[in-house]
Design a protein around this ligand. Structure first.
Ligand code: ZN
Length: 153
């Protein structure tokens, strides 16, 4: 990926997916009666949107192209933070919900880290590195929550 606007178009879609996923997970935690994790997921949804908006604004990028589905270049043809809802219903428990969230963050991290490694464009590389670092923090945060719930079992 050699074009900063193309990169940002992917990042926009990825963060949008992430926010959507967190909101759905938050809803399932409300059903489950876990207000603590519900709150955490809602906060993560806000962070996904906010971080991206800030990065775009700081870079002064206002012409992010709207891509058609076939113009995206995702590994395996899928948005990395998109995950499989098959078998996931509103009755998932907190451990499942945290694992699903972790999986999404890991794939998001891998996506940005790969781009940072392979791109020849310094602007794309800098931003992909920044986004990868952000996703690494999310992974670490999720792992903390998972440890906490595992120790309560
Ligand atoms: Zn993330």
């Amino acid at each position: 990926m050699e074009d900063i606007n193309l990169f940002l178009a992917h990042a926009v879609e990825l963060e949008r997916e992430a926010a959507r996923r967190y909101e759905e997970l938050a809803d399932s935690m409300r059903t489950d009666g876990n207000t603590e994790v519900e709150k955490f997921f809602r906060q993560m949804a806000v962070f996904s949107r906010k971080h991206l908006a800030q990065a775009v604004e700081r870079g002064g990028f206002r012409l992010i192209p709207a891509l058609t589905p076939t113009e995206y270049v995702w590994p395996d043809g899928l948005s990395p933070e998109q995950f499989d809802w098959i078998g996931v219903d509103c009755m998932i428990d907190v451990n499942n919900a945290l694992e699903i969230a972790l999986d999404g963050e890991r794939r998001g991290h891998a996506f940005y880290a790969d781009i940072a490694t392979i791109t020849g464009d310094p602007e794309v590389r800098a931003m992909a590195q920044e986004f990868a670092a952000e996703e690494a923090e999310h992974v670490a945060e999720l792992e903390k929550w998972i440890d906490r719930y595992a120790s309560q079992k």
